[in-house]
Ligand binder design. Structure first.
Ligand SMILES: Cc1cc2nc3c(=O)[nH]c(=O)nc-3n(C[C@H](O)[C@H](O)[C@H](O)COP(=O)(O)OP(=O)(O)OC[C@H]3O[C@@H](n4cnc5c(N)ncnc54)[C@H](O)[C@@H]3O)c2cc1C
Length: 406
C-alpha cells in the first residue's frame, strides 16, 4: 500500500463526494427525518432513492473504502448523518455486515455475497451483522450461539438467539458470529454467512427505541439453521489451523478481530460528528434570530461561549476521526487505540452538543417542532453501540498503560 501523508485539507475527489452526499442529505434525507422517526419504520423509499443515485451501492462503498486518504467514507457519513441519523443508519447499516464479510471472507465469498447484500437500484437488498446476544453485549466472549459441524455432510448447524441486530430479520444476507468451541471464548468463534431465504432464520421482536428510530433493530432467531461448508467465512481449513494454534496456547485470532474493530470505528465516529454538527448549526442559527430582552440571545456571552465550545468540540471530534481513518487506511498501528479514541470523543461530543442545542432553543428545543430533540435522542446510541464509551476507555486504558486493565 502506498502511503499518503495526513492532510486535513480534502483532495478534489473527496470534496466532490462530500458535496454530492451533502446535497442528497439536504434535499432528501433531512426533510424526511421527522416522518420516519415518528413512523419507526425502515425508510425504503429513501434507501431506494439513495440506490438510484448510486449512494447505496457496492460500487460507492468499495470505491470510498479504498480511497487513498481514508477520508472518502468518513466525509460521506458525516454529511449523511448530518441529514438524519435514523435514515443514515438505514442506508449504511449494510456496511457493517459488508465490513465483517470483507474482514473474514475469502475472495470468492466476498465476490459472491457482497453484491447480494446491496442488490440493485430496482431491487434493493440489505445486510445485517449479528454478534450481540441477550447475555453477550460488551462481553463478546460470552456468545452462546453454537455452530456445530456435521462431519457427514460438511454442513454447519447454527442455533441461538441474536439481539439488537441492525436490519436483523429484514436483511437478505446475515453475517452471524457463533461459537465453534465455547471453551476458547472469542478465539473459539467464527463468522458465517446465512444466504437469503435459509430455513430456520427468523426475526424475533423488533425493538422500539429512544432514537435512530427509522433504523430497524431486532432479534434474530437461529433454529437449526443448516449451512453448507462454503458459508463459513475464511473456510474450514483456516479455522481448524487457527483453533489448533489457540489450543496450543497461541493468541491467534484475537488481535485480528481487535484490528478490524479499530479500523471500522472511525466511520462510526464520523456518523456522530455529523449529528453533532447538525445540532451545533441549528442552535447557532436559532441564536442569531431569537430575541429576548431586546437583543439576540446569541449576543449573551453565556450562549456565544456555549456555541464556541460546541463548534470547538465538533472540530476536535472530526480531526481525531480523520486522523484515525487516515491511520487505518495507511496501515498505521493504533499504538494508543486511536480508533477507540475517536469513537469515544465523537460519541460523547454528539450527546453533549445536541443537549446544549436543546438548551439554546429553550422550550422550542424540547418539542418536536424542531429537530434538536431528535438529534439528541439519535446521538445517544453513539456512546452505546459499536463498543460503549466504557469499553472504549478500557481499550485506550490498556493501550496507554500497557496493563491488563479490567
Ligand atoms: C440500536 C442498536 C443497534 C445495534 N446494532 C447492532 C448490530 O447491528 N449488531 C450487533 O451485533 N450488535 C448491535 N447492537 C448491540 C450493541 O453493540 C450493544 O448494545 C453494545 O455492545 C453494549 O452491549 P449491552 O447492550 O449488552 O450492554 P452491557 O455490555 O450489558 O453493558 C451495560 C453497561 O455496563 C458497562 N460495562 C460492561 N462491561 C464493562 C466493563 N468491563 N468495564 C466497565 N463498564 C462495563 C457498559 O459500558 C454499559 O454502560 C446494537 C445495539 C443497539 C441499541
Amino acid at each position: 500500500m502506498s502511503e499518503t501523508g495526513f492532510c486535513p485539507e480534502l483532495g478534489d475527489d473527496v470534496r466532490e463526494v462530500r458535496d454530492w452526499v451533502h446535497e442528497f442529505a439536504r434535499t432528501v434525507v433531512r426533510p424526511a427525518g421527522a416522518e420516519w422517526d415518528e413512523r419507526e419504520e425502515t425508510p425504503w423509499p429513501v434507501i431506494q432513492e439513495a440506490a438510484k443515485i448510486g449512494l447505496y451501492s457496492l460500487d460507492f462503498f468499495a470505491q470510498q473504502w479504498f480511497e487513498p486518504s481514508g477520508l472518502g467514507l468518513i466525509v460521506a457519513f458525516e454529511e449523511l448523518f448530518w441529514g438524519d441519523a435514523g435514515i443514515g443508519l438505514s442506508i449504511v447499516g449494510t456496511g457493517l455486515a459488508a465490513a465483517a464479510l470483507s474482514a473474514s471472507g475469502t475472495p470468492e465469498q466476498i465476490g459472491q455475497w457482497l453484491p447480494q447484500m446491496f442488490g440493485t437500484p430496482d431491487d434493493v437488498k440489505l445486510g445485517a451483522f449479528c454478534a450481540s446476544e441477550p447475555d453477550a453485549g460488551s462481553d463478546v466472549g460470552a456468545i452462546r450461539t453454537r455452530a456445530v459441524h456435521d462431519e457427514a455432510s460438511g454442513d454447519w448447524i447454527l442455533n441461538g438467539v441474536k439481539t439488537w441486530a441492525t436490519n436483523g430479520g429484514i436483511a437478505d444476507v446475515h453475517v452471524i458470529v457463533a461459537s465453534v468451541d465455547p471453551s476458547l471464548g472469542t478465539r473459539g468463534q467464527a463468522s458465517f454467512v446465512v444466504p437469503p431465504g435459509t430455513p430456520g432464520l427468523s426475526m424475533g421482536q423488533k425493538f422500539k427505541k429512544h432514537g435512530i428510530r427509522a433504523s430497524h433493530t431486532a432479534e434474530v432467531v437461529l433454529d437449526n439453521v443448516r449451512l453448507p461448508g462454503s458459508c463459513l467465512l475464511g473456510g474450514k481449513e483456516k479455522l481448524d489451523a487457527r483453533l489448533a494454534r489457540v489450543r496450543e496456547g497461541g493468541r491467534a485470532g484475537e488481535q485480528a478481530a481487535m484490528r478490524t474493530f479499530e479500523t471500522t470505528r472511525p466511520s462510526v465516529a464520523a456518523m456522530a460528528v455529523g449529528i453533532a454538527r447538525a445540532g451545533f448549526e441549528y442552535a447557532r442559527d436559532y441564536a442569531r434570530e431569537r430575541e429576548q430582552f431586546g437583543r439576540k440571545i446569541g449576543e449573551n456571552q453565556a450562549i456565544a461561549f456555549l456555541l464556541a465550545d460546541m463548534a470547538t468540540r465538533v472540530d476536535v471530534a472530526r480531526l481525531m476521526t480523520w486522523r484515525a481513518a487516515w491511520m487505518a487506511r495507511n496501515g498505521k498501528t493504533f499504538e494508543q487505540a486511536e480508533g477507540s479514541m475517536c469513537k469515544l470523543v465523537a460519541g460523547e461530543t454528539a450527546v453533549w452538543v445536541t443537549e446544549q442545542a436543546i438548551q439554546i432553543l429553550g422550550g422550542a428545543g424540547y418539542t418536536r417542532e424542531h429537530p434538536v430533540e431528535r438529534f439528541h435522542r439519535d446521538a445517544k446510541i453513539y456512546t452505546i453501540f459499536e463498543g460503549t464509551s466504557e469499553i472504549q476507555r478500557l481499550i485506550i486504558g490498556r493501550a496507554v498503560t500497557g496493563l491488563p486493565v479490567r
